[in-house]
Design a protein around this ligand. Structure first.
Ligand SMILES: [Fe+2]
Ligand SMILES: [Fe+2]
Length: 241
C-alpha cells in the first residue's frame, strides 16, 4: 500500500496581510497558482486535501465570489481534490455550490479518507455531532486499510499538545476512532501548524497555513502501516509595488 497525499490549508485567498502583520505580503492568486504547479510538477500526489479557510470573507457575497475566482487554479491540479470548508468560508451549502460535495469517503492508494464538515464551537473550536460518529464504522466495514479523519479544526487527544483549538468532544471522537481502528486525523485551522502528534492511538497532523510565510503545505506518505510527513515551503510572494 502506497499513498501520497498533499495537504493545502488556510489559503485565505483574499486576506490583506499575513498573520505576522506584514501588509501586502500576500497575493492569493499567485500563491495558489504556484502551489498548484509545484504539486503537479514536484509531488504528483494521489490526492490533494484542501482543508478549509480557502477565503477570508466568510459567508458573504464577497466570499462566494472569491471561491469562484480561486476554483480555476485548483482545477489545474492533476490529482483529485477533496475540499472541506473552514470557519472563514461561506456556509457549507454555498461552499459546495462551487466545489463538488464530498463523498462519504474517498480511497486513494489503499487509504480511506473520511471528510467531515462539523459545526463550530466557541473559541474557534469545533464539535462533531454524535450522528456523524457512525461514519467511522461505516467506512471501516469491509476495509482493512488506514482510515483518516479529514476536517478543518485540529483533532487530537485533549491535553496532548499546546494547540489552542480542538474538538469539544475530542475524547468521545477518539473512543470511536480507536474502536474502529481509525488512526489518523488531518486538519488545518491552526496557522502555525504543529509537529506530528502521536497520542491515545491517534496520529494528528495539523497543516500550516499556506497564507502565512513561509507559505507551507504538507506531503504525507502512507506506506505499509507507517506514515511519513514532509513539509514544503513556497518562495515568498510580494505584491507589486
Ligand atoms: Fe485560517
Ligand atoms: Fe479556521
Amino acid at each position: 500500500m502506497q499513498c501520497r497525499v498533499a495537504v493545502l490549508s488556510d489559503i485565505h485567498y483574499d486576506r490583506a496581510a499575513c498573520d505576522d502583520g506584514v501588509q501586502g505580503c500576500l497575493n492569493g492568486r499567485a500563491l495558489l497558482t504556484e502551489a498548484v504547479h509545484y504539486l503537479n510538477a514536484c509531488i504528483a500526489p494521489d490526492l490533494v486535501l484542501v482543508l478549509g479557510d480557502l477565503v477570508e470573507a466568510g459567508d458573504t457575497e464577497a466570499g462566494l465570489e472569491c471561491l469562484r475566482e480561486l476554483r480555476p487554479a485548483l482545477d489545474l491540479l492533476a490529482a483529485p481534490v477533496l475540499a472541506v470548508p473552514g470557519n472563514h468560508d461561506p456556509a457549507p451549502e454555498v461552499f459546495y455550490s462551487v466545489f463538488a460535495a464530498p463523498p462519504a469517503w474517498l480511497d486513494a492508494g489503499g487509504v480511506r479518507f473520511v471528510p467531515f464538515v462539523d459545526p463550530e464551537a466557541p473559541e474557534f473550536n469545533a464539535h462533531r455531532p454524535v450522528a456523524s460518529l457512525d461514519r467511522f464504522a461505516e467506512a471501516r466495514a469491509g476495509f482493512e486499510g488506514a482510515l483518516v479523519s479529514v476536517q478543518h479544526v485540529p483533532l487530537f487527544a485533549p491535553g496532548a499538545c499546546d494547540c489552542p483549538y480542538n474538538y469539544t468532544n475530542a475524547e468521545e471522537i477518539l473512543r470511536v476512532m480507536n474502536a474502529c481502528g481509525a488512526g489518523y486525523a488531518i486538519s488545518g485551522h491552526y496557522h502555525r501548524g504543529m509537529e506530528v502528534l502521536h497520542a491515545n492511538g491517534l496520529v494528528s497532523l495539523v497543516t500550516p497555513a499556506l497564507c502565512r510565510a513561509p507559505f507551507r503545505f504538507l506531503e504525507v506518505r502512507f506506506s505499509d502501516g507507517a506514515i511519513a510527513v514532509q513539509g514544503h515551503a513556497l518562495p515568498p510572494f510580494h505584491d507589486a509595488p
